[in-house]
Design a binder for this molecule. Structure first.
Ligand code: ADP
Length: 467
């Protein structure tokens, strides 16, 4: 575009520009001369002035009296004005000046002898109605050609230099832009092949660096998810194999040994039932989580009293606490209506209480607390176990994460808290955990009030119709 504009102005329109500038210039000079020779005619000093004007501007000057008598004739060396200002031509010019509307004329005249174009300018001295004389000025236009040629030549050189420079700069710039992207693409291919330790390099410019950093971060996250998934398969297959081995062992024992011994058989069958429960739990957890995560599991929100729901749950734990010596303390608040998916929230509460039972300390105590707050109902489940270190706190809600030192008797899949997280997130409820090493942990979440999350209020007409 710059080239095109330059070419248009420098080459195509140059001549007309040049002529216009020349005409403006000659017009100014004419005004100047009219001032000098105006009222008092041409005095001695004026010749000098006119001569300087002529030389400085390369303009030939002819001043005539009103009877066409030449009073002053200055021709510059480059500009043989005399050739085109013979008696007849001058008479023609002056007649034109007289007939022109503003007392000014201009022509481009070709001097046949020198074959040069000359700009001739004529005007009246004094007023048109009362002329004191006439002024004719001439300046060569042929300079245009040489100037245009020079400029054209320069334009070719400039164009060539700029095109080469343009190529070099765009080559370097595109290299600078594409190099990091090529490197990133290469690393991304490696990542695709499963090399999670790949680092992305994007040195060069800000955006590429940010992209590289983001991809490196993504690769790390993928790697972590992959490790967790592998751990899960290891955990799950371990967790599946153990009960299966037990099932097989006890089934064989019943077949071969205790089939006819009702007491032994009963004992063995109980073990089989317990192990089957363990298996069923694992499978249910996996199904629940995959359903929640696939987004197919819609929430079925209803309004209910959370306080009585918690009391119900507590009664169901009575059996275990009595049998296994756990103390589960419940500290209720006033009854409060909430709106959420009751089955899922129950699952959250069960998971938290089960974890608390599994991980609580020697005193075998678990504390469940309901706290009514303006924004919702906070539910806390506290245990007195070993607590969770700050770096593990970040991980426990992750899928498949289980602490390395979990005991076999702590039945678990590493999915419990992921299910809790998925359910609470789907409800948009706040949740978290506070834990002190050696003292225990408190898991909490806040169920929003029924008002905010309740079903749509019934439209007025429907209410009236119901009435
Ligand atoms: P799990 O089936 O192993 O309990 P969860 O997802 O419920 O799976 O918990 C993940 C991990 O978080 C557990 O393995 C355990 O290390 C830790 N954790 C969960 N609850 C508690 C708790 N109350 N006290 C200490 N650690 C806990």
């Amino acid at each position: 575009m710059v080239f095109i504009i330059l070419w248009i102005f420098q080459v195509l329109f140059f001549e007309s520009f040049y002529r216009k500038v020349k005409l403006d210039r000659i017009d100014d000079v004419a005004d100047n001369i009219v001032d000098i020779v105006g009222d008092d005619g041409i005095v001695d000093d004026d010749y000098n002035n006119l001569y300087h004007i002529a030389v400085d501007n390369d303009i030939s000057i002819k001043v005539y009296s009103k009877y066409m008598y030449a009073k002053c004739d200055i021709s510059t060396a480059y500009n043989d004005f005399t050739q085109i200002t013979g008696y007849n031509q001058t008479a023609f010019y002056i007649k034109d000046i007289r007939e022109s509307s503003n007392g000014e004329v201009s022509y481009i005249v070709r001097d046949e002898r020198s074959e040069k174009e000359i700009l001739v300018y004529g005007c009246v001295i004094g007023s048109k109605s009362d002329p004191q004389g006439y002024l004719l000025l001439g300046t060569p236009l042929e300079l245009v050609d040489s100037t245009v040629t020079i400029i054209k030549e320069q334009m070719y050189i400039i164009s060539a230099i700029l095109i080469i420079l343009g190529f070099v700069i765009s080559f370097l710039a595109s290299k600078m832009i594409s190099d990091p992207i090529i490197k990133i693409t290469k690393s991304a291919k490696n990542l695709g092949k499963g090399d999670y330790n790949v680092t992305f390099e994007g040195k060069g410019y800000d955006e590429a660096e940010t992209l590289a950093e983001t991809l490196t971060y993504a690769a790390k996250e993928i790697s972590r998810a992959d490790t967790l998934q592998r751990d899960l398969i290891a955990n799950v297959s371990h967790d599946l194999r153990t009960p299966l081995t037990m099932l097989k062992a006890y089934a064989e024992m019943i077949r071969d040994l205790s089939g006819n011994n009702p007491i032994k058989r009963q004992e063995h069958l109980n073990i089989i039932i317990e192990e089957t429960d363990r298996l069923a739990m694992l499978v249910t957890d996996m199904l629940d989580l995959s359903k929640m995560e696939s987004g197919k599991d819609e929430l079925n929100c209803t309004v209910f009293d959370i306080s009585s729901k918690l009391s119900d749950i507590m009664t169901r734990y009575k059996g275990i606490s009595e049998r296994m010596g756990y103390n589960i303390y419940f500290e209720p608040d006033e009854s409060a209506e909430v709106c959420c998916d009751v089955v899922k929230i129950e699952q959250v509460i069960y998971n938290l209480i089960n974890n608390a039972i599994n991980y609580t300390g020697e005193d075998k105590s678990v504390y469940v607390k309901q706290i009514n707050q303006p924004e919702g109902v906070r539910i806390e489940v506290r245990d007195t176990g070993q607590g969770i270190s700050p770096e593990n706190i970040k991980l426990i809600f992750d899928k498949y994460y289980r602490s390395e030192n979990h005991k076999r008797e702590v039945v678990g899949t590493g999915l419990g808290l992921s299910i809790v997280k998925a359910i609470l997130k789907k409800h948009n409820f706040a949740y978290g955990v506070q834990s002190t090493l050696g003292k225990g942990s408190t898991f909490w979440f806040v169920i929003n009030r029924a008002k905010q999350f309740g079903p749509e209020p019934m439209p007025k007409e429907l209410k009236e119709r119901e009435r």
